[in-house]
Design a protein around this ligand. Structure first.
Ligand SMILES: [Fe+2]
Ligand SMILES: [Fe+2]
Length: 280
């Protein structure tokens, strides 16, 4: 099974471009299943947007994951009722949404588990007092077939320890939330793919996809970057934070980064288990 995973999509412009690119990415990388973290897809970057999630699903996204922003607006919370949409699983009962999804593709079952760390979730009002450690969420998850984890976390050390703790059990642990892609693509000894941070799909020139102006003036004026107006989504060039992985028998056999189709000069289409530039 070949899975395309796209990190946090930020704003309507990035969502539109990703949606427009998904059919070609599916074709080029022989993708069987697409997972997109859409916690910042709303036009203001805060929570999921109904129009944006619809665009992603229409374009071929199979699973929508989330994070600390999943409850940012009533519109975003309502989207948690969709069968394709999940949010972090490591929460006590009573929080809207589900954290685990079972999907079928290429004749196989894939369980997608969305987890988050305390650093990422500590200021979320909707989940106050309901946060559980990520590993507890992992242990409690109903895992069938291959398992892919969207680990939405701030804490690099915890992400890396978690990935090693589930090596051989999960097919992949893919980091999201911090928006700035990390370089190494790891295949751990037990066959678990691990990326500390896949990176956002959004404007690459600002602060996590947002224009720096308000944050900078807040910092200079009061010492608190968040003391002023909310920053707007940046208008800069869009980066694609995405990886494609080939999963066989519950383990990852191949992992590579993905470029926008128009920027990718590599021969096309790929072949299953074939060599590809930058792949491991
Ligand atoms: Fe995010
Ligand atoms: Fe986040």
């Amino acid at each position: 099974m070949i899975v395309l995973f796209c990190g946090d999509v930020v704003g309507e412009r990035a969502t539109e471009r990703l949606a427009a690119s998904l059919p070609e990415l599916r074709r080029r990388y022989l993708v069987d299943l697409v997972v997109v973290n859409a916690e910042n897809s709303a036009p203001n970057g805060l929570g999921m947007g109904a129009k944006q999630v619809d665009q992603l699903l229409e374009a071929g996204a199979d699973v929508i994951t989330g994070g600390n922003h999943s409850w940012d607006s009533e519109e975003s919370v309502a989207l948690l009722d969709l069968p394709q949409v999940i949010r972090p699983a490591n929460l006590a009962p009573g929080v809207p949404g589900r954290g685990v999804l079972h999907a079928e593709a290429a004749g196989e079952t894939l369980t997608v588990v969305n987890l988050a760390d305390h650093c990422a979730m500590k200021s979320v009002k909707a989940t106050a007092g309901k946060f559980l450690p990520a590993y507890d969420g992992w242990r409690a998850a109903d895992k069938r077939g291959a398992v892919l984890v969207d680990y939405h976390g701030d804490h690099v050390l915890e992400k890396q320890i978690f990935a090693h703790a589930v090596d051989g059990e999960a097919a992949a642990v893919l980091g999201s939330h911090t928006h700035e892609a990390t370089g190494p693509l790891h295949l751990l000894p037990g066959g678990t793919a691990f990326v500390t941070e896949v990176g956002m799909t959004g404007p690459g020139d600002g602060v996590q996809g947002f224009a720096p102006t308000n944050l900078v003036s807040g910092l200079r004026g009061t010492g608190n970057p968040f003391s002023g107006a909310m920053p707007s989504v940046s208008l800069g060039p869009l980066v694609l934070g995405a990886v494609v992985l080939e999963i066989r028998h519950g383990r990852t056999a191949r992992l590579e980064r993905v470029s926008w189709p128009e920027d990718d000069a590599a021969p096309e289409p790929r072949t299953k288990s074939g060599d590809a530039g930058g792949a491991i």
